[in-house]
Design a protein around this ligand. Structure first.
Ligand SMILES: Nc1ncnc2c1ncn2[C@@H]1O[C@H](COP(=O)(O)OP(=O)(O)OP(=O)(O)O)[C@@H](O)[C@H]1O
Length: 782
C-alpha cells in the first residue's frame, strides 16, 4: 500500500497535469462526475469556463491573479503580484519564501482578513466572506504569526474561550484539551499564558487552531521556537490528519527543509510563486539535494525572468492575464531548468475566466459539486449563546485578572468627586485687606473701639461686620495701604476719612440737609485687586453686604427704620436655589456627567486596539465572531463597571458632599448611566478608528478639554459667542448637563422639554457612536 504522502503527491501531480491540459481532472466524486468533467474539459470555449469554476471550487484554496499592495495608489508597495496558488484538498501545502515576500499577507487574504486589490480567492468552494466558503467560521483553523492569546488566561481558559467561540460543548473542549496538552507537550492547563515560554505560547496558539478539528488549517509559522522533536511530531500530526483526505493544511515556515514532508510546496518570492510542486518533483526538476538550493536557484531565475516579463508586457501588470501561451514561449525557452516556473505561469493563463457570471457559477452543473456551508451562523454573523458567553466571560475574566487596574477604575471617580467638592466652589478665606481708618486713632494696629451702640466710630462697627473671609491689616496712611495692594500683600485697600462717623450719621439721619461734602465723607473708599475675578467679586460682595447688615443693625438700634440702610430693591426668596448660590451647585451636574463620560471613554478607548494589536481580533474574526458580537460583549462588561462608577459618583456627590437634588433621583441615575454609556460608545469609536493605543489616548485626551469647555459645564453657554453656542449644542454633554442641572437644582420632571431633551440627545449620540463603531469595525474587518 502506498504511503499517504506518496498518495498525496500523486494527487497534487494529477491536479497539476490537469491544469496544464495533460490529463482530465481528478474527481473525488466518482465516475459520474468524472465523465461530466471530462466533457467540460474537451468542449471549448464555454466548457472551459465551467472547468475553471469547477476547478477553483474543487480545491481547498485557489488563488488567481492576486494583486495586493499596501500604501497609497500613488506610491504602492506591491506585495502580491499576479500570484496564483492551488491547494488541493487533503494535502499539506508548504508556503515557503524569504521574510517579507508576502506569505502572511497571502494567508490573511485567504482567511478573509485582508482583501485583494484584484484577483480572486476561493476557499473551501466559496469566496471568503460569502456563504459558501466557511471563511470566516469554524471550518477554518487559523494560527496567526503573532501569539494572539490572552496573557492573563490559563491554558484551559484559553481553550475554553476559543472552543466556545467555535460552538463546541464544554465536555468536547475538555477532551480535546487533554489530547492537545499531551500531544503538544504543554505544561499544566492551569498555567497562565503570560508565564509560558515563547515556544510554549506558540504551541498554545497552535493548539487553539487545532482545537475544533477544522477542515482547513492555516498555520503561519507554527514551528518557530519549537524544538526539533516536537517539530517532527507536529509534522507527523499534520500528515496524519490530512491522510484521510478531508483535511487540508497550509503552513508557512522558515525551516525550508521541514517542508519536505508537505505534499506540495509553493516557493514564493517578491509576491509571486516561483514554483508549486511536490518536494520530490522540485528536487528532481532542479537537480538539487535540498529545497533551499531549489529556492536559491529559482530566485536567481526569477530575477532574469522578471526582466523578460518587463520587456514583453506593456500596459501594466494586468497585461499578464492577456498573454497567450505562445507569448510566454521565450520565457519557457530561456532555460529548461525553470520548467516549474513556466508550467505555473502557463497554468495561470489557461485558467482566466472569460465573462462567466458574477462568481462564475454555471447553474445546475457546478453548484451541485459545491459543498454547502453548514455553518451559516458564522457566515451571516448570527450570534450564538456560546459565542456571547465566551466573549462576555473573557472580558470579565480579563478585568478580574487586572484587579489592580480595576480597583483604580473604582477609586478614580471617588477621588475625582472628593477633589472636586473640596477644591471647587468654596469661598476663599484668609484674604488680607489693607485698612486706613482716619475716623479713629489706631493703637498698636488695632481699632481701640469695639462695637457699641455709640453713634461714634461707625467705621469700627462696620469693620466688625467684615469678618467672614478677611484678615484686616491696618496701615497708617493710604500710600502704604495702596502699596501693599500693589505688592500683592493685600487684595484691597479700604479708606475711612476722619469725618466718616459724623458724615454717615448726617447721611443716614439727616439726609435732607446733608450736602455733597458730607455725603462724600460718608463713603468708604475701596481699591480692589481685580486680577482674580473670583476673589475680587467676592470681596466686592462682602464689602457691600457687610455695609447693608451694619447699616440695618445701626438704624434699628437707634430706632430708625432699618430699610433706610438698604438699596431700594428688594430681592425676594429665589424661585429656585437660594440667595447665596454656590458655584458647586452650578458645576456639579456637569462634573458628574463629565466624570462618568470620560471615565467610560478611558475604559473603552483602547479595548479593541489592544486586542487588534495582539492579533486577537483577527483570530476572532476568522473564527466567525462578528463586529456586533464583539461590540455587544464589550458594552455589557463595561456597562457593569460603569454602573459601579456611577453609583460611587452619585453617592459621594449627593450623600457625602450634600450636592442638592430637588428632583427625582431615578432620572438622575438614568441620565448619568446613559451618559456613561454614551462615553463608552465614544470610546469604542476611538478604539475602532485608531490603529495605535497612543493615538487613542491622544484622541481621548484631546477631546476632553474642548468638550469640557464647550458643554456649559463650567460656564453658561449663554456667555459664548453664538457660533460656539451652536457647536456646544452639538456636543454630547451639553443638553445632558442642562437636563441634569434642571433636575437637581430646579426639580423639574421628565416631561419638561429641557429635561427630556437631555435624554433624547444622549440616546441619539449613543446610537450614532454605535453605528460609527460598527461601520468602522466592518470596514476594517473587510
Ligand atoms: N499593514 C501593512 N502595511 C504596510 N505594509 C505592510 C503591512 N503588512 C505587511 N506589509 C509589508 O508587506 C510585505 C510582506 O509582508 P508579509 O508580512 O506578508 O511578509 P512575510 O512573507 O509573511 O514575512 P515573514 O516571513 O517575515 O513573516 C513586507 O514588505 C511588509 O513590510
Amino acid at each position: 500500500m502506498a504511503h499517504p504522502t506518496e498518495l498525496r503527491s500523486e494527487r497534487v501531480k494529477q491536479m497539476f497535469s490537469w491544469t496544464t491540459g495533460e490529463t482530465s481532472p481528478p474527481s473525488p466524486m466518482g465516475d459520474a462526475k468524472e465523465s461530466k468533467m471530462s466533457q467540460i474539459q474537451f468542449s471549448p470555449p464555454f466548457e472551459k469556463q465551467e472547468s475553471s469554476v469547477w476547478q477553483k471550487r474543487q480545491q481547498a484554496v485557489c488563488v488567481r491573479h492576486a494583486f495586493k499592495h499596501y500604501g497609497s495608489k500613488k506610491r504602492p508597495n506591491h506585495v502580491l503580484s499576479n500570484l496564483n496558488m492551488t491547494v488541493a484538498k487533503g494535502t499539506i501545502y508548504g508556503l515557503l519564501g524569504a521574510s517579507g515576500c508576502g506569505k502572511t499577507t497571502l494567508l490573511s487574504c485567504i482567511v478573509g482578513r485582508r482583501k485583494l486589490n484584484s484577483g480572486e480567492i476561493w476557499v473551501l468552494g466559496g469566496k471568503p466572506g460569502t456563504k459558501g466558503s466557511g471563511v470566516p467560521g469554524k471550518r477554518v483553523g487559523y494560527m496567526p504569526q503573532e501569539i494572539a492569546l490572552y496573557g492573563e488566561f490559563t491554558i484551559k481558559e484559553t481553550m475554553m474561550y476559543f472552543g466556545w467561540i467555535f460552538g463546541m460543548e464544554t465536555k468536547e473542549i475538555v477532551d480535546r484539551l487533554r489530547f492537545l496538552l499531551d500531544f503538544l507537550d504543554l505544561p499544566s492547563e492551569n498555567r497562565m499564558v503570560k508565564n509560558l515560554s515563547g515556544g510554549q505560547q506558540r504551541r498554545v496558539s497552535f493548539a487553539v487552531a487545532l482545537m475544533h478539528d477544522p477542515e482547513l488549517l492555516i498555520l503561519d509559522e507554527p514551528t518557530v521556537g519549537v524544538d526539533p522533536l516536537l517539530r517532527q511530531s507536529i509534522w507527523t500530526h499534520l500528515v496524519r490528519i490530512t491522510s484521510s483526505g478531508d483535511k487540508t493544511v497550509i503552513i508557512t515556515t522558515h525551516y525550508i527543509e521541514e517542508a519536505r514532508q508537505a505534499h506540495c510546496i509553493g516557493l514564493m518570492r517578491s509576491g509571486r510563486l516561483l514554483a508549486e510542486e511536490s518536494p520530490q518533483a522540485l528536487l528532481q526538476m532542479y537537480s538539487c539535494i535540498s529545497l533551499e538550493d531549489v529556492f536559491l536557484k529559482l530566485s536567481r531565475k526569477q530575477g532574469q525572468a522578471n526582466q523578460v516579463v518587463e520587456l514583453n508586457v506593456t500596459g501594466g501588470a494586468l497585461g499578464l492575464n492577456k498573454m497567450s501561451k505562445r507569448e510566454e514561449a521565450p520565457y519557457a525557452a530561456e532555460d529548461a531548468q525553470v520548467v516549474g516556473l513556466v508550467f505555473h505561469q502557463s497554468k495561470e493563463v489557461l485558467i482566466v475566466d472569460h465573462g462567466a457570471g458574477s462568481n462564475g457559477d454555471i447553474p445546475g452543473k457546478v453548484t451541485d459539486v459545491t459543498p454547502d456551508c453548514d455553518d451559516c451562523g458564522d457566515c451571516l454573523n448570527f450570534t450564538s449563546r456560546g459565542k456571547i458567553k465566551a466573549l462576555i466571560q473573557k472580558n470579565f475574566l480579563r478585568m478580574w485578572r487586572n484587579i489592580g487596574v480595576m480597583l483604580f477604575i473604582f477609586v478614580l471617580p471617588v477621588m475625582q468627586v472628593i477633589l472636586f467638592c473640596l477644591a471647587i466652589g468654596r469661598d476663599p478665606s484668609g484674604l488680607k485687606l489693607a485698612i486706613v481708618n482716619d475716623d479713629v486713632r489706631i493703637i498698636d494696629g488695632y481699632c481701640p473701639y469695639n462695637s457699641s451702640c455709640s453713634m461714634k466710630n461707625l467705621s469700627c462697627r462696620y469693620l466688625d461686620n467684615l469678618n467672614n473671609h478677611t484678615i484686616k491689616e491696618y496701615y497708617a496712611n493710604l500710600t502704604d495701604a495702596l502699596k501693599a495692594v500693589e505688592d500683592g500683600e493685600a487684595w484691597g485697600a479700604l479708606y475711612f476719612n476722619e469725618n466718616y462717623t459724623d458724615s454717615l450719621v448726617a447721611r443716614l439721619a439727616l439726609a435732607d440737609t446733608a450736602d455733597n461734602e458730607t455725603i462724600t465723607s460718608s463713603e468708604v473708599q475701596v481699591w480692589l485687586d481685580m486680577s482674580n475675578q473670583q476673589i475680587g467679586l467676592m470681596l466686592n460682595r462682602d464689602i457691600q453686604f457687610s455695609y447693608r447688615d451694619f447699616a440695618k443693625d445701626l438704624l434699628q438700634t437707634c430706632e430708625y427704620n432699618p430699610k433706610l440702610g438698604d438699596i431700594p430693591i428688594d430681592f425676594m426668596d429665589p424661585i429656585y436655589g437660594n440667595k447665596n448660590p454656590s458655584f458647586t451647585d452650578f458645576v456639579a451636574p456637569g462634573v458628574i456627567l463629565t466624570i462618568v463620560f470620560f471615565l467610560a471613554v478611558a475604559l473603552t478607548s483602547s479595548a479593541l486596539i489592544v486586542e487588534r494589536m495582539e492579533g486577537l481580533l483577527d483570530r476572532s474574526w476568522v473564527a466567525g465572531v462578528s463586529p456586533g458580537e464583539i461590540l455587544f460583549s464589550h458594552v455589557v462588561t463595561q456597562f457593569v463597571v460603569m454602573c459601579g462608577q456611577t453609583a460611587l459618583v452619585l453617592i459621594f456627590m449627593i450623600s457625602v458632599f450634600g450636592v442638592k437634588n430637588n428632583g427625582n433621583i431615578v432620572f438622575v441615575i438614568m441620565l448619568t448611566l446613559l451618559q456613561g454609556l454614551c462615553g463608552m460608545c465614544f470610546g469604542f469609536v476611538i478604539s475602532a478608528a485608531c490603529e495605535l493605543e497612543r493615538n487613542a489616548i491622544q484622541l481621548a485626551l484631546g477631546s476632553f478639554y474642548p468638550t469640557l469647555l464647550l458643554s456649559g459645564v463650567i460656564w453658561p453657554i449663554e456667555g459664548m459667542p453664538w457660533v460656539l453656542r451652536y457647536v456646544s449644542l452639538c456636543l454630547p454633554l451639553t443638553l445632558a448637563t442642562n437636563s441634569l442641572r434642571s433636575i437637581l437644582t430646579r426639580g423639574w420632571p421628565i416631561t419638561d422639554p429641557e429635561v427630556y431633551m437631555g435624554f433624547v440627545s444622549t440616546l441619539a449620540w449613543i446610537a450614532l457612536f454605535l453605528i460609527v463603531t460598527l461601520t468602522i469595525l466592518k470596514f476594517k474587518r473587510n
